[in-house]
Design a protein around this ligand. Structure first.
Ligand SMILES: [Zn+2]
Length: 161
């Protein structure tokens, strides 16, 4: 989770992570040290909430330095989450179903579709696992299709000879 914090000294809006609560940070706008609120703005907005926020001044475990980063990229670590190149093998699955062997081809399509959905939900590891299964089923379809084609050809030759 992250939250926005407005610098009390210059008005710069910062995107902050929850783990940084109560810490001192260097504002990217004015380069001055400001202390982040120890509770979330939503909690602070509740009228009955006690306002005596206890921030130990001599116990700052970390000090993320924002000023060292360019202002344009600052504050978006969550949005710029790394996503490895992804291939669900859906196109191959459809081709394998049409051209090779329908039963395993359909299984490949189902797995590729699930993989696409998982990837869009950000479940990268699960998506790659499902895509791998889809890829295997594509090759099984191709293999079975080739065997069927071979048997069909041999059968025709035997019948016609
Ligand atoms: Zn500032």
């Amino acid at each position: 989770m992250s939250f926005t914090f407005t610098c009390p000294k210059c008005g710069q809006i910062m995107q902050c992570e929850d783990e940084w609560r109560g810490m001192q940070v260097v504002c990217p706008g004015c380069q001055q040290t400001v202390t982040l609120p120890a509770i979330s703005p939503a909690e602070a907005a509740v009228p009955v909430a006690p306002m005596n926020v206890d921030v130990p001044q001599n116990n700052v475990p970390q000090q993320p330095v924002f000023g060292a980063q360019p202002a344009s990229t600052y504050g978006m670590p969550g949005q710029a989450a790394f996503r490895p190149p992804f291939k669900s093998h859906l196109a191959e699955a459809i081709l394998a179903t049409i051209l090779c062997f329908i039963p395993t081809g359909i299984v490949a399509i189902v797995f590729a579709s699930i993989a696409n959905g998982l990837y869009n939900q950000g479940k990268i590891d699960e998506a790659f696992a499902k895509a791998k299964t889809a890829n295997i089923m594509v090759w099984v379809s191709v293999g079975v299709g080739l065997v069927i084609a071979l048997l069909w050809t041999v059968g025709n030759i035997l019948i016609n000879s």
